[in-house]
Design a protein around this ligand. Sequence first.
Ligand SMILES: [Zn+2]
Length: 97
Amino acid sequence: MINASPTPEDIEVARQQLSERIAQEKDAGIPAFDRTDAVTDMKRTPFLMAMRTNGYTAKLNRSGCQVLESCPLCRGSNRHTFTKGDQEIHLCSDCGK
Ligand SMILES: [Zn+2]
């Protein structure tokens, strides 16, 4: 199995980028419901950003929602499908496995 999971450093970089973006939006006076943090999960979003940085695209279903399945390890329901070229991998954004 390919180890494509982002490193803790990757996730930390993404988290900082996200925090900066939210701070900039607050400074710009953007109302809370229009800001990035309205749609942000501080755990899941940096994970997804780090995956994107590493060249992986989260797979979407026909209605444009992310394909999510339940994780056999942590029993959460945030196991994503990512694609990169013709490679397809499954990774859980809760436990990173
Ligand atoms: Zn999991």
